[in-house]
Design a protein around this ligand. Structure first.
Ligand code: 6CS
Length: 306
């Protein structure tokens, strides 16, 4: 499985996106290999033009597909040596491998750039844990769900402001809540009519935690497992129990609407993966409950408001 970064691709992506790729990744870049990059930032490569058959043929021909990711463990994770992993990319890689496409190349991007980037053919799919909701399902086609997960608040130890539900935020107008721009949690607060003045938008998870620990914000609203992963290294952060009045979250791979035939094939192979041991092995590895997604459909999750 290709897992190295091609220096040429990284520099092109970084240059094009104006983003700095951590030196560590460049250090591990293989110089002139034909292997595709496994991760870049804000890439501008030429992904498939729409049209499912093209996508499958293209993936088989070049040996990989490009995916939009966020680098937010355990949903997505780029290792120090540039490997694209995490629950969603690992499931995606297993499914497309069974379709005859051996590898995956990741492009790191903020959540609010994922659908525009997919539509602009900068990547071929989104495998970031981009939770399903009406507005997103109107723009892209999701595979059947891979994960179902919950939301929590990251708060200072002891949760001094007693932030446990969306209602507790609504009831205290002084509370400032960090959310990711265009993220699912921002949408939950908007749907609940939380004033915009109570939201602090930060695009970097560690900066979100720092804002809470420094007292510039009262909580960071993020998926439970993402906050628990951050709390392992960000001392002083407490993760609340799952937020009871947040909608049920879940995601799968997201594709362009023009790639309908690819999606149909993808779902067939995903169903086969779910019936075997590998699916549970991947989800268990990243801390997700493989049984939680049983019986849950994209149609159901796409009814989520916002
Ligand atoms: O779907 C979203 O927008 C959210 N998904 C994850 C995995 N993290 C935060 C983001 O807001």
């Amino acid at each position: 499985m290709t897992s190295e970064i091609s220096r040429r691709t990284l520099m092109r992506s970084a240059g094009a996106a104006g983003l700095i790729v951590p030196a560590a990744m460049l250090m591990t870049a293989c110089s002139s290999t034909e292997k595709p990059a496994s991760v870049g930032e804000g890439g501008t490569g030429s992904a498939a033009a729409g049209g499912g058959d093209d996508l499958l043929a293209k993936g088989k021909k070049q040996g990989y597909l490009r995916v939009g990711i966020a680098n937010e463990p355990p949903y997505t994770k780029v290792t120090a040596d540039g490997k694209v992993t995490g629950c969603e990319p690992d499931v995606f890689r297993a499914v497309v491998k069974s379709m005859g496409i051996p590898d995956v190349q990741g492009i790191i991007t903020p959540y609010n750039g994922m659908i525009p980037g997919l539509k602009a053919n900068r990547w071929d799919a989104i495998t970031a844990g981009l939770f399903m909701k009406q507005s997103r399902c109107a723009e892209v086609n999701y595979s059947e769900p891979v994960i179902v997960s919950t939301e929590s608040f990251g708060v200072p130890e002891g949760n001094p402001k007693h932030i446990t539900t969306v209602k507790s935020v609504l009831d205290n107008k002084d509370l400032k809540i960090v959310v990711l721009p265009g993220g699912f949690e921002e949408g939950i607060l908007k749907t609940a009519k939380v004033p915009d003045s109570q939201m602090i938008r930060i695009n970097n998870n560690r900066s979100g935690v720092e804002a809470v620990l420094a007292g510039r914000a009262d909580a960071f609203f993020l998926p439970t497992l993402s906050l628990r992963a951050l709390a392992k290294t960000e001392k002083g952060l407490e993760v609340t129990a799952p937020v009871e009045d947040a909608p049920k979250t879940g995601s799968g791979a997201a594709f362009r609407q023009s790639d309908e035939s690819f999606l149909t094939e993808y779902n067939k192979h995903l169903a086969k993966l779910k019936d075997g041991p590998e699916f549970a092995k991947i989800l268990d590895k990243w801390g997700f409950d493989p049984d939680a997604v049983k019986g849950v459909t994209a149609k159901e999750l796409c009814k989520n408001p916002g």
